[in-house]
Design a protein around this ligand. Structure first.
Ligand code: ATP
Length: 319
């Protein structure tokens, strides 16, 4: 392979730039030319494609977001739209592409591979919702941001006999909530794995107030589970705590990537280029038990999620 492309797609995540840099530098150092494809599959279809040099990926390893931009293009599911993308790539002699993104982006990468453009997926999302990998790029940074925020909320709720209900991202994956709950010493964690029984949570809060005499309580809850402002009102009405909801929102997506995310991104970028050099496509990169491995995308998309029970149990034993 002589020329490859790299793009970021779906939601952005800190560490994507470190992955772009790794793909670019490893490829250039192996004598392969690299093209940046801007705005995900949208730029691929529209031909927004520019060569990358070692210098153009300089000074980005520490920057959040993605210098290539990201976009969603639902029409990429249509074979005619993808055919336009393939034409744009062929026009420039680009034979293979590294796709940094989530599950949806992987589906696009697989579809392109089936049309003759070898693609390798790299997991870039703060949600840690890609089943085949222990960690996605951006999760550690988002976790750090969430932990910092909850630590601050704890200080203030302590002073006011308050129950802070903190909604964190995760796109139906409870990892950000559970991990931050453990790291911050939250009183209650609610995720799609734990389920949400409102009356039971209120009962637990009454118990924390009346029996355990807690001065404050932190409830960490995953997004897309309930309206946290409504729930906070119910906490105020039904327990001795004053309930306050905080939705952390998009701050969780930003910031400089942590060293762990930068290193993970660099290791994964290297592996992606190595696979393309071997003429392999249709795979995605994972970290499992601290080894960087690859998995066929077809398999990755149907893999069952590993159980979070051990960490959930740990959380309960720490309360
Ligand atoms: P995140 O986890 O941050 O949402 P994602 O990669 O899952 O990231 P999606 O919006 O699901 O985000 O997908 C990104 C893009 O991938 C879509 O906008 C579309 O261009 C492409 N894509 C998604 N599904 C398919 C598919 N079945 N076939 C071809 N392309 C797809």
């Amino acid at each position: 392979v002589k020329r490859i492309g790299v793009l970021t797609s779906g939601g952005d995540a800190p560490g994507m730039n470190a992955a772009i840099r790794a793909v670019t530098r490893v490829a250039l150092n192996s004598g392969i030319e690299v093209f940046g494809i801007y705005d995900g599959y949208k730029g691929m279809v529209e031909g927004y494609i520019e060569p990358l040099t070692k210098a153009s990926v300089g000074e980005i390893v520490d920057r959040g977001g993605t210098i290539l931009g990201s976009a969603r293009l639902p029409e990429f599911k249509d074979v005619e739209v993808r055919a336009k993308a393939v034409t744009q790539l062929k026009k420039r002699g680009i034979e293979a592409v590294v796709v940094i993104g989530g599950d949806g982006s992987y589906r696009g990468a697989l579809a392109l591979t089936e049309m003759g453009i070898n693609c390798i997926g790299i997991p870039g999302t703060i949600d840690n919702d890609i089943v085949c990998t222990d960690f996605t790029i951006g999760f550690d940074t988002a976790l750090t941001t969430v932990v910092e925020a909850i630590d601050k909320l704890r200080d203030t709720s302590n002073s006011h006999h308050r129950c802070s209900i903190v909604e964190v991202m995760g796109n139906r994956c409870g990892d950000l909530a559970l991990w931050s709950g453990i790291a911050c010493g939250a009183e209650i964690v609610i995720t799609s794995d734990t389920g949400f029984e409102e009356s039971e949570v209120l009962e637990r809060l009454r118990d924390l107030d009346l029996i355990k005499k807690k001065r404050h309580a932190i409830v960490v809850i995953s997004e897309k589970i309930t309206d946290v402002h409504q729930f906070a009102k119910k906490v105020s009405l039904n327990t001795g705590f004053s309930g306050r909801a905080t939705i952390l929102g998009h701050v969780q997506r930003g910031g400089a990537p942590t060293p762990s995310d930068r290193i993970l991104a660099s290791r994964m970028g290297e592996k992606a280029v190595d696979l393309l050099m071997q003429g392999i496509g249709g795979q995605c990169i994972s970290i499992r038990e601290n080894q960087i491995v690859s998995v066929p995308i077809e398999e990755a998309l149907v893999m069952p999620r590993t159980s979070r029970k051990p960490l959930q149990n740990l959380f309960e034993r720490l309360v």
